[in-house]
Design a protein around this ligand. Sequence first.
Ligand code: AMP
Length: 192
Amino acid sequence: MIIILLGPPGAGKGTQAVFIKNHFNIAHISTGDMLREAVKNETELGLMAKDVMERGDLVSDDLLLKLINERIKNKDCENGFILDGYPRNQKQAASLDEIFSQSGKNIDGIVQIDVDFSILEKRITRRVSENKGEKRADDNLDVLKKRLKEYVEQTEPLISYYSNHKNYIVINGMSDISKVSEDIKINLNKLK
Ligand code: AMP
């Protein structure tokens, strides 16, 4: 099963991706986590991505394509995977279509977590103030605003890019975390 998760920063994609990974026994591919790991380990990729990420901008499409292309070849992806944070713009979506068609893979479902933008700032403010464990370098209000702008301009158009997919699922992301998970589970169990 191959699933793409769409939604703005702060919508709870990471949390729900972990739920889907565990429930459906598929790999969780978070490009944000992979990039943060690269930054932490000061790899070549990390050094290229660090400043861009701290500004809330998008890392280059070419770097991301390489990263994804390698990642989905891993053994843990044999049973499927959930893409969390990729694709982030139409160019990445087109690249993904291309690598999937070359390798005979299909997107089984797109899950869009729909949230009201006004609650995102509240959520992120709470995340910043709780500041539990390792603080994300991009966790502050100015950068969040930048990331939301980036989302609206670059990522939101993917909603229409994918809307004709036979399994395009819109989930109300304003409910409790467990209710959102339940809705996702019910919908993914019904995949055509
Ligand atoms: P995330 O954890 O998904 O919010 O990603 C954190 C940051 O990593 C983003 O603000 C971008 O700078 C970078 N990033 C993650 N995924 C992508 C992507 N698909 N394309 C470009 N940049 C990305």
